[in-house]
Each structure stands twice: as structure tokens, then as C-alpha cells.
Design a protein around this ligand. Sequence first.
Ligand SMILES: [Zn+2]
Length: 337
Amino acid sequence: MSKWTFTKGLHEVGNGVWAYLQPDGSWGWSNAGVIVDGDQSLLVDTLFDLKLTGEMLDDMRRSIPATRQIDVLVNTHADGDHTFGNQLVEGARIITSQGTADEFSVIQPAVWQNLADNAEQFGAAGAFIRECFRPFNFSDVVLTPPTETFSGHKEIRVGDKIVELIEVGPAHSLGDTLIHVPADGVVYTGDILFNGGTPIAWYGPVHRWVRACDVLLDLDAEVIVAGHGPIATKGDVRRMKQYLVDITGEARRFYDAGVAWDEAVREINLGAYADWDDAERVAVTLQTLYDDFSVGDQRPVRDKMPYFAVMKAMREKLGKPPVHAHLYGTCSCGKDH
Ligand SMILES: [Zn+2]
């Protein structure tokens, strides 16, 4: 258990080091952060749309004077829930790994907005996309890519504070990056850590994600700001790493028995992992594992659309309420949101 509360907004987790949290951490509700020293500032990620990102930046400016002008923005990876607000951070250097830069234009806001607006044309996939993205608005998002890239490691100074960028992708995405603040024992993980929810391996290989967990565990950092969910401890990292190891074992059994991917999705017994939020994401991770086993690094770039139909079916089979149901008063899970 973490000593931090999981409430929306800024939480100071070090000396001039902040997390910005968005409960409940489910689809699209990502975390961000900011690191300041003197009059310098580094923003970790933006949010899924302009309204959310604007609110976050206002909140920062009110309580942290050095954020009035953000000097550097680092995106932990290219997914829209960590980048679509980039256009609001005017004048900042935008730094990402080369892998993230390569993936940037693959994720077009207009495409997602069109899918959400015209969901009925896309069957079950459309229905689930609308369900996942209903709280967000991408219509005014202008994709704002990095201005600088790096590969491997990069060190940046924010005032006198050293910030390390550690590229651990491809894993969850093509260019996942950890952002480590050694002096404060804080690390921002992007979506290398989903805390309290189910990880989703859009890209893989999954064994690299397991290794990324080890990199995280080896860091001298006890405060871990996950890409989604509450502020984490190393115990939370171990727990999610074990999930990836266990699902890899299950996938291998199916694969070796000649069971097709979609059949494996229907048959897999998730055990206690079925209770994790957004457990349906295992469908995507299973396909990625099949690619790991069969073609390794020569993996195809897969269209994300069909996954949404498979995930919707799986979510229903697991008896979960619709995504974001608590926001719309249609949640029947019995929890007090
Ligand atoms: Zn995310």
C-alpha cells in the first residue's frame, strides 16, 4: 500500500517534484508530473485532451511559479493519453526517445475522433471505442511531435537537478521511457507501470517489458509515479511483472498446443487477475505474445481496431460494467465510486 492518496490533481512527491493524478486510472485516465528547480521546469507528459491538459497546467501555474513557462516537456511514450495536450505547452523543447518519435504519427487524433463519432459504423469495435473514449474530446487536438530525440540514455538538468531519461522500449509501446530523479528517489514510468489496472502490451516483446520492470526495480527510487493508477511502490511493480510472467506462461501453453489466438482469448483462465480493472486487455497482450513466439522482432504492425471488438466481448464475459460506467451513473459494480 502506498502512503499517497489517489485523488485528482497535484501531489508533491519530492523536493519540487510533483505527480498529477487522474483517478480512476482506467482507459484514458493517465497520470503526468512536473519537476522544478529554481525557475526551470520539466513537464512529464500531457493528458488525453485539451480541456484536461489546460486544467492541469492552470493548476500547476497556480501552485508552482516555475511552471508559468514550461522549459522542457518529455513524453514517456506516444499514446494519445500522454501526448494529445502537447500543443498547449508552447515554447517548450519536446523530448522523446527515437522510438516514441517514430510512433507519433501512427496515432492520429482525427482518426480516433472519427471512430468515436461514427461508432455505429464499426460494429462491436466501434461500440467499445466509444465506451472507452466517451469522456474525451479530440476534435481540436493538433498532433505536436517532439523537437528533439535520444536513444538509450539522456541526462537533462532542470536548474541544478539531474533528470535521467532511460529508454526501455519497445515494450508497452515502441519507445517507452522512464524519467528518473535520483536526488529525490522518484521515477515516472509512463505505461511501463499500470498500478491497480491491467497492463496492455500494444507492441512488445513482452519479455522486454519484464526486463523494463527489472530496470525499474533496480533504480534507487521508492516513489514510483505510474502511467495510470495510484502512486506505486516496488511491491506494485513486482505484482505487475508477475502478471506479465504468468500471462506469458499461459500464452505459451496455448501456443504450443496449437490453439489459435482468438480461441486462447476465449479459453484463458485469468484466475485472480480476472478481478483486476480492465482485465479484457489480456486479449491484446496474448496476440503480442503470439507474435513474440512466432516472428519475434519481425512482428507485423497490427491494426488496433479489431482488438476493441474482442476486448468488448471479453469484458462482457468477465461480467464487468461498461468502461467509465461510474461517470455516467450506469455502474452496477457495487463499489462506492
Ligand atoms: Zn496510458
